[in-house]
Design a protein around this ligand. Sequence first.
Ligand SMILES: Cc1cc2nc3c(=O)[nH]c(=O)nc-3n(C[C@H](O)[C@H](O)[C@H](O)COP(=O)(O)O)c2cc1C
Length: 350
Amino acid sequence: MFKTKMTELFGINHPIMLAGMNWITTPELVAHVCNAGGLGMLAVAQFSPDDTLKAIKEIRKLTDKPFGVNQILIGPGARENIQTAIDEKVPVINYALGKPWFIDQVHAYGGKVIGTTAIARHAVRAEQLGCDAVVITGREAAAHGAEATSLVLITIVSSHVKIPVIAAGGFHDGRGLAAALALGASGISMGTRFMMTKECHLHDNFKQLCLQATEQDTVYSNRFDGMDGRALKSKASLELMKKGFPMAEATSAAMEIKRLLKLSWWQFIGLSFKMMSADEGSPLWVQARQAVAAKRSLLAIEKGDTDKGFLFAGQDCGAIDDIPSVKEVIDRIIAQAEQTLEATRQKIVK
Ligand SMILES: Cc1cc2nc3c(=O)[nH]c(=O)nc-3n(C[C@H](O)[C@H](O)[C@H](O)COP(=O)(O)O)c2cc1C
């Protein structure tokens, strides 16, 4: 066990965070990570405010440790979900893709805010805005990254900000944690590795596909949900990359999202217009693609449909060859990071 600026800031035992992942980070998975000494993060972009509240209460039944809520600020319901988390005094609010308006409100109850970005300039801006830590996402990562890989991004960002830097994208073992610390980060955030655990409800068909994948078996495109992102190479991801704008599928997927978010027709239409004009809004075509990605993700995660289902996954699925428990993952990483840091000193020829 070692303490870093990250463990001190959040009051956790290990500098390891569960990356917020839509449809994946269930209250159970979040609580398992917290109980094993890491920082669990609940992604709520797919939830209505009522569902967000329910999930927060479920987490509190399963753990008394600090946890966080992750929300993409460009999606429908972002304001309402963030407000629900604030009303509940959730210890950590983690946002991505958008401008945070709530930092003072979170600090008022003693909470912490983490900004997630893939661009060094935005990490500096997050610090200026008052964020307590920043997650920086390298291009290796599942879902949304930018041009720079973790190796480059961590060194640049940690030279320019004083707040703790949490490195994401490609981290799956103790060597990665040791490397991230050496490059200036205070800890790591992992998506793909935690998705490949016993406690994660990802359908076994896709767990098996990830196990078989090599580091070459992911694809990067803006055709999945309208933003550049990385997904597991599969029939559906390759098909989506070739497709033009999926009008019919987007319409039916938007209806599905309306149902999941429990929106009335008036709310749905009003929200679509509001999102197009708001600061944190995004063009309708991005929203439509996001709806398709959400529907296809559910087919993968819940139904295990290897023909139509699509899954965001990182290059590190090529390095993952087992499905242990969350606790095993964390304990292994800490032990291996300690050995790696020790062994690294011994590599230096005197
Ligand atoms: C299935 C899936 C869904 C994701 N959904 C979100 C999300 O809702 N919000 C977010 O900020 N990042 C999301 N991500 C990205 C992760 O938070 C994280 O940046 C990424 O998994 C880190 O790279 P790694 O997979 O190599 O560990 C998602 C990733 C996956 C695999």
